[in-house]
Design a protein around this ligand. Structure first.
Ligand code: C2O
Length: 543
């Protein structure tokens, strides 16, 4: 196994999009940030120097960080943020994972600009469990762009208690492309040859939007999700939530009739408020072509087509082969039911709030809106000093009755606190996430740090603890780190709590994360030396 060393200099860089220039934080002046490529089993040492006047920390989204929570990165959870002028080295080994993941900043909404791909190739000589693609294409990261100053966007959202101003564009690797004014020259192009099979790695790094993706006249065969192989399936359009990654095989046309085709992304949302309903395009180029602005767009589902999303998500099955078995917990030690959704807080008397009926939006899990601590939870746990930092009484069943089939939910009441759920080492956990959004509101892409989970079931309406478990897939359910709780529905997940530490779980819509749709699991050490957290690195930042 190899060791890869990278230096991340976080600095301000001027970037122009849509005819407006602004200064954004970047890694080494690059936007999107550098692509990291390793093989399974390799070690990564990333030295971060923060040269900006703002806190930062980095998360390696989907890396399990076994025994090494110190390298996970969410600010105030596994570390204090790296302050301006300070440095921190993330040092970790990629074990038992291969595929596409990504890295992003994990302080406030800084990930809007600070993100990049993390490609994990199979071990040398191991190959893929499908015919070897002709070539790997550069990864594509979908994103969002605001022309206004991003700090202003964040404070607008957080201070008014309403939703954020919608973004001005979606982007392919930071480029909005030909569907927006003043953006034709900022079009992402992917060069291909006819009659070949390519590997394409897709990452949704958008802040607040699930996206449809398709390519005119081409199909896509999904082979991997969140760095786990799946049984291949072929679609025209795929759906990808913020945080999720997907590898697809793209067969190019043997005799293309056009020298170029359009790739497009557009949002999936059921939200009734305002959202960015634009479509961004990029170009799949068979031969250099000058006319990229009038190519037909692929037909994507309508923005609120929940049926298309459901059909798409039903395709996912773990490969579950002898070489890549699906270790699905068959028995359950710990049943947990979480409601996830939006609620409201009263508006402080010295403010005007833009949430429903003049309130402030709050978001919660089991009615607990996560309150950001002032020190890192993992340090408190390691030192067994919980007082004044966290409470180990996060409710594992909904404290208020809910029933939203037909009527709006009555559990939008919100309490605030830094609460965690303690778990015994290696407990087998079943977690049901019940969306309580009023019919027609959004789904929530929930991301679990430090783990993958198996998605054993999903459905609409209220989860039925008697009849729904009988329909679970305990044979080859998909294994992921991020799953969307369907609009007006639920998902059931299972995992073994075999990684000690403090692990954040949250909605990967940054606006919901800021509103408190987040919690942490506190997984205790196991008895053996390789089941215990390792001590913190000496340069761990101080709060
Ligand atoms: Cu991709 Cu906690 O984040």
């Amino acid at each position: 196994a190899a060791t890869h060393r990278y230096t991340f200099n976080v600095q301000m860089t001027k970037v122009t999009r849509l005819c407006k220039t602004k200064s954004i934080p970047t890694v080494n002046g690059q936007f999107p940030g550098p692509k990291l490529v390793v093989r399974e089993g390799d070690r990564l040492i990333v030295k971060v120097h923060n040269h900006i006047n703002y806190n930062v920390s980095f998360h390696w989204h989907g890396i399990r960080q076994v025994q090494k929570g110190w390298a996970d990165g969410p600010s105030y959870i596994t570390q204090c943020p790296i302050q301006g002028g300070q440095s921190y080295t993330y040092d970790f080994t990629v074990t038992g994972q291969r595929g596409t993941l990504w890295w992003h900043a994990h302080f406030s909404w800084l990930r809007v600009h600070l993100y990049g791909p993390l490609v994990i190739l199979p071990k040398r000589g191991e190959g893929y469990p499908f015919p070897r693609p002709y070539k790997e294409l550069p990864p594509i990261m979908f994103g969002e762009w605001w022309t206004s100053d991003t700090e202003a966007v964040i404070s607008q959202a957080l201070q008014t208690g309403g939703g954020p101003n919608v973004s001005n564009a979606y982007t392919f690797n930071g480029l909005p492309g030909p569907t927006y004014n003043c953006s034709l020259k900022d079009t992402y192009k992917l060069k291909v040859e006819p009659g070949r099979t390519y590997m394409l790695r897709l990452i949704n790094s958008a802040l607040n939007d699930e996206l449809f993706f398709g390519i005119t006249n081409h199909s896509l065969t999904v082979v991997e999700a969140d760095a786990n192989y799946v049984k291949p399936f072929t679609v025209k359009t795929l759906v990808i939530s913020p945080g999720q990654t997907m590898n697809v095989l793209l067969n190019t046309a043997p005799n293309p009739v056009s020298s170029a085709y359009t790739m497009a992304i557009a949002p999936y949302t059921n939200t009734q408020g305002t959202f960015d309903n634009t479509t961004a395009a990029a170009v799949l180029e068979y031969a250099p072509s000058t006319t990229t602005n009038n190519l037909p767009l692929p037909s994507l589902p309508r923005y609120n087509d929940t049926g298309a999303v459901t059909n798409f998500s039903r395709n996912f099955r773990s490969l579950a082969s002898p070489q890549y078995p699906a270790r699905v917990p068959q028995a359950v030690d710990r049943h947990v039911l979480f409601t996830v959704g939006l609620g409201t807080d009263p508006c402080p008397s010295n403010q005007t709030c833009q949430g429903p009926n003049g309130t402030k939006f709050a978001a919660s899990i089991n009615n607990n809106s996560f309150f950001r601590p002032s020190t890192a939870l993992l340090e408190a746990h390691y030192a067994r000093r919980y007082a004044g930092v966290l409470l180990a009484n996060f409710p594992t069943t909904p404290p208020h009755p809910f029933n939203y089939t037909g009527t709006p939910p009555n559990n939008t009441f919100v309490m605030h606190g830094t609460r965690v759920v303690p778990l015994k080492f290696n407990a087998s956990v079943e977690l049901v996430l019940q969306g309580t959004s009023i019919q027609g509101a959004e789904s929530h892409p929930l991301h679990l740090h430090g783990y993958n989970f198996f998605v054993v079931g999903q459905g609409f309406g209220n989860f039925d603890p008697v009849n729904d478990p009988a329909k679970y897939n305990l044979v080859d359910p998909v294994e992921r780190n991020t799953i969307s709780v369907p609009t007006a529905g639920w998902v059931a997940l299972r995992f073994f709590a075999d990684n000690p530490g403090v692990w954040l779980m949250h909605c990967h819509f940054d606006v919901h994360l800021s509103w408190g749709l987040s919690m942490a699991w506190l997984v205790n050490d196991g008895p053996l030396p390789n089941q215990k957290m390792l001590p913190p690195p000496s340069d761990l930042p101080k709060c």
